[in-house]
Design a protein around this ligand. Structure first.
Ligand code: AMP
Length: 355
């Protein structure tokens, strides 16, 4: 168990690392950020930083020697990096969660093994395999790279047989996963935390609206029946247990309305704090970042209960230029990530409002 004054090392220096470091600071803990990019948003709010490649073992060893526990804010950190660090200091969550969450196939297999529903899916290694599996699964379908996809990157829709060859070419030699296209009514997520002793605390189910594959708005409570919400939280709990998870994580679901109160279909697991949990910074007794820091420090979790109906809107690219106007609403909670360059599609900040 860590004590106030000790240091948590964070792999990744984006806005999630920044908000983790801010939460740690409130609890009297320091953070040391390790990131390959010289201009990382988390550096400005952390006690120490290292700019080095994730495969630089000398830099990793120095980093490990300077911290008391390690976590990551980004699921594309190489598994080998986490394994290397695990031999030196406690890493929470560990490499097992990272391994599963880096592969869409492994995520879906895990969800199925726990009795959860997923889209129909198949592993794709060749054009011939893709043609066969399209026959089995049917159209429309979606093909994605098995690894390293996020925010809709590395994805193509297959609507007609003529789309098959170009969709396969778009994988650029990487292994793919073919998924049946789910005609969902809404997208929802469960953000939850699990402590070292197995205690589990889920935030209320969040409803998420995407624009151009990027999260635009999250609202709680989600339009979901109590029964289906409990089912979604139960699935997240089982996933956390199966991965022996310590920290905050998210499970994204497709929600299909139906006579029995609707059903949830697992889409993705994120082994980290998640954009759809940003509302908790101002809308819950304990926020997702604090929950993660508590868990990594080996401390008890806080109460995740909601303080009201909450809306989170992402400020993407030029949206962030509206900061002064947003400040004009004295009840809006503005969060800016300190990114200097306002590129298209770049997450610059978010606004929380208690409705
Ligand atoms: P992902 O990268 O898997 O989170 O996918 C990004 C977005 O694409 C999702 O949030 C959905 O809106 C859409 N999408 C992905 N997979 C499917 C699917 N199998 N059926 C329908 N829509 C999908």
């Amino acid at each position: 168990m860590l004590s106030p004054g000790q240091t948590i090392g964070i792999l990744g220096g984006g806005q999630l690392g920044r908000m983790l470091a801010l939460a740690a600071a409130r609890l009297g803990l320091d953070c040391h950020i390790y990131a390959p990019e010289a201009e990382s948003p988390a550096f400005a709010v952390s006690a120490a930083s290292t700019v080095a490649d994730y495969r630089d073992e000398a830099a990793l060893a120095r980093f490990a020697a300077s911290v008391d526990a390690i976590t990551y804010e980004f699921e594309n950190v190489p598994v080998e990096t986490v394994r290397f660090l695990e031999a030196l200091k406690p890493v929470r969550p560990g490499s097992k969660a990272l391994e599963v969450a880096q592969e869409r196939l492994a995520e879906k297999r895990l969800a199925r093994s726990l009795g959860a529903r997923t889209a129909e899916f198949a592993e794709i290694n060749s054009l011939e395999e893709l043609r066969d599996q399209v026959k089995r699964i049917g159209l429309p379908a979606v093909i994605k790279t098995n690894r390293f996809g996020y925010d809709g990157k590395g994805q193509a829709k297959i609507l007609i047989p003529e789309d098959i060859a170009p969709a396969f070419a778009a994988l650029k030699g990487q292994q793919g996963i073919l998924e049946s296209f789910v005609s969902f009514d809404r997208e929802v997520s469960v953000v939850a935390a699990r402590a070292e002793d197995g205690t589990f605390a889920a935030f209320d189910v969040t409803e998420n609206e995407h624009r151009h594959h990027i999260l635009h708005r999250s609202v709680v409570p989600a339009r979901i029946s109590d029964k289906t919400a409990a089912e979604a939280i139960g699935i997240a709990r089982k996933i956390g247990e199966a991965l022996d998870y310590v920290g905050t994580f998210a499970v994204e679901f497709f929600l299909v309305d139906g006579a029995a109160g609707g059903e949830v279909i697992v889409n993705e697991i994120a082994p980290r704090v998640h954009n759809s949990g940003h509302w908790t910074m101002d809308g819950a007794f304990t926020c997702q970042f604090e929950q993660h820091i508590r868990a990594v420090a080996g401390w008890p979790l806080g109460d995740p209960a909601r303080l009201g109906s909450v809306e989170m809107i992402n400020l993407v690219g030029a949206d962030a230029a509206r900061w002064l106007e947003i400040l004009g609403d004295g009840r809006a909670h503005l969060h800016l990530y300190g990114k200097t360059e306002m590129r298209d599609g770049r997450k610059m900040g978010h606004v929380n409002r208690i409705l």
